[in-house]
Design a protein around this ligand. Structure first.
Ligand SMILES: *Cc1c(COP(=O)(O)O)cnc(C)c1O
Length: 260
């Protein structure tokens, strides 16, 4: 995944808006949120879709809890995180913010699944029966302990290039996995997520993803979410039916370089 996802178009608008909105991190985030919202609206219009059909999930990984408080002040209530320890720390630090939904979008090791099942509203990266069972057990325990009051919503991550290093279930396994998740007591099957292969043509990748989502919907009509599109490719994803774009860089700026 690229770490420098700001498009020329997005950042130009953001830089211009910043001058009028104000200085400092709050002004910066307000300006880039405005520019990003305009960009998503324009992509929806170009695709003949209503902006109501596409949700923005701000991705706050690697950025401090203070940024999340600013975004909360701007009206955002959902935040995407991808590393368990970092996310758990932020959840604890930001308990005073009411009605926040934490969305876990990263690869998840089974030994971290219990923790995530306590506080996540949704896990976007379920790609195996084993992970699904561990999350189901974790969500059940969290429900019984009163740590959560709804089932854990799950999106299946599908691999579009069959590269095991990048995560995602293989296409051939997808419907079996969907049946397992749908039958799990403490999980709720919400839909599908994918990250296109690095060098792929995003339109071709998202077109294929949309077809896979179609077959998932035939078997599980409630699995309506299609989470596709990031800073660099959200227009293509919206053209192909995305209902949730996950945007980090174009909103937050560049992430610090890490080895993670
Ligand atoms: C980091 C991340 C994103 C956001 O990527 P940007 O290119 O910064 O917008 C989206 N989805 C997943 C799964 C991620 O890990």
């Amino acid at each position: 995944m690229t770490e420098n996802g700001v498009t020329a178009r997005g950042s130009d608008v953001a830089n211009e808006a910043q001058v009028t909105i104000g200085e400092g991190r709050a002004g910066q985030l307000a300006a880039s949120l405005r520019a990003l919202t305009e960009r998503i609206d324009a992509a929806c219009r170009a695709a003949g879709r209503s902006p109501d059909e596409v949700r923005l999930l701000p991705v706050t990984k690697f950025h401090p809890a203070s940024d999340i408080e600013i975004l909360y002040g701007l009206g955002l209530r959902e935040f995407g995180e991808s590393r368990e320890q970092e996310a758990s720390d932020k959840v604890a630090q930001l308990r005073h913010l009411s009605r926040v939904r934490w969305e876990f979008i990263g690869r998840l090791q089974r030994n971290k699944a219990k923790s995530v099942a306590r506080w996540a509203n949704t896990v976007y990266s379920v790609d195996s029966d084993r992970l699904a069972s561990t999350l189901d057990a974790g969500a059940k325990a969290a429900l019984e302990a009163g740590e959560r009051d709804t089932p854990l919503r799950v999106l299946l991550q599908v691999s579009l290039d069959a590269d095991p290093a990048r995560g995602g279930a293989y296409e051939a396994e997808l419907l079996t996995l969907a049946d397992r998740v749908a039958a799990a007591e403490s999980l709720q099957l919400g839909g599908l997520m994918a990250i296109p292969p690095l060098d792929a043509d995003p339109d071709a990748a998202f077109e294929r993803l949309a077809r896979l989502h179609g077959s998932l919907l035939t078997a599980h009509p409630q699995a309506t979410e299609l989470s596709a599109g990031m800073s660099n490719d959200l227009e293509a994803a919206i053209r192909h039916g995305s209902t949730c774009v996950r945007v980090g860089t174009a909103l937050m700026g560049a992430r610090p370089i890490t080895s993670a």
